[in-house]
Design a protein around this ligand. Structure first.
Ligand SMILES: Nc1ncnc2c1ncn2[C@@H]1O[C@H](COP(=O)(O)OP(=O)(O)OP(=O)(O)O)[C@@H](O)[C@H]1O
Length: 260
């Protein structure tokens, strides 16, 4: 997947994504990092085809993304977004079956056996007959991931998947995403706010600001004090923790304090 000189604006006088050119590293975990309002979700929606570029093009398997039918694009790309449709009355298994839609004319023809592997992958087999609303936030997030996996996508896109999860669930979810990506050689594209999560899971990072790419590369290349401080407009320090490795600290602005 590749963006070539992509620009996007909801209204012509307010461009949100500006002349964005970058290649998604295939079979890796790519994280998009940047401040609030930088255009991360917009970029994800451009990549998944929900939005179309105002200028430039997005290539999917070397073919313009715009040339794909919705069904063909859905067979390639699955999205776990922050806004979920209301499936409150449905069971976990019924929701995961919705992910099989690209393979069936009628949802009624999706069998329990067909979705069993996806429930298993996110360790929700024991919860299959439970109503969505009876699950914790972390378990619900795993339901959305199972639904996306049921599409058997080449690309799995997740927009801030750890929002609203406590730190233990955040860690578990990121470990699950990494495991799934390795087992299935999928390309995973994440939008994250937590730079340390990005450091832990990412093979590649795009750092963006005001809808433009500031730097693309490995976490080692991109996650450095100077770039982060510039993009987030605050002092960022990176320390080396014993038995852990690099850890990013966002230093609060305290007047008169000397951090050295
Ligand atoms: N449907 C829309 N119509 C008009 N403007 C929009 C729409 N959706 C988003 N925007 C604006 O586009 C800008 C970028 O939004 P986007 O959600 O892509 O940023 P983001 O980097 O994901 O932000 P955050 O980190 O806060 O989630 C914001 O200023 C937002 O107000």
């Amino acid at each position: 997947m590749e963006l070539k000189h992509v620009s996007f604006a909801y209204t012509p006088d307010h461009p949100l994504v500006k002349d964005f050119t970058a290649q998604v590293p295939e079979g890796q975990i790519l994280t998009i990092l940047g401040p609030n309002g930088a255009g991360k979700s917009t970029l994800l929606n451009l990549l998944d085809g929900q939005l179309m570029p105002s200028e430039g093009e997005i290539l999917l398997a070397d073919k313009p993304s715009a040339d794909y039918s919705l069904k063909d694009r859905t067979a390639q790309i699955a999205v776990v977004s922050q806004q979920h449709q209301t499936y409150d009355d449905m069971t976990v298994r019924e929701i995961v079956k919705i992910g099989r839609r690209p393979f069936h004319g009628l949802l009624d023809t999706v069998t329990d056996a067909e979705v069993a592997p996806f429930l298993d992958q996110v360790q929700l087999t024991a919860y299959a007959d439970r109503a969505l609303t009876s699950l914790s936030g972390g378990q619900q997030q795993r339901v959305w991931i199972a639904m996306a996996l049921a599409q058997e996508p080449n690309y799995l896109l997740l927009d801030e998947p750890t929002t609203y999860l406590d730190i233990r669930y955040q860690g578990e979810l990121m470990a699950l995403i990494k495991q799934l990506q390795q087992d299935q050689s999928m390309t995973v594209i994440l939008v994250l706010h937590d730079i340390n999560q990005a450091l832990q899971v990412s093979d590649a990072v795009w750092l963006i600001k005001n809808g433009a790419l500031v730097q693309a590369g490995t976490p080692q290349d991109v996650i450095n004090e100077q770039l982060l401080s510039d993009v987030f407009e605050m002092t960022v320090r990176i320390v080396d923790l014993p038995d852990y490795g690099r850890y990013v600290i966002q230093v609060p602005e305290v007047v008169g304090q000397d951090f050295d």
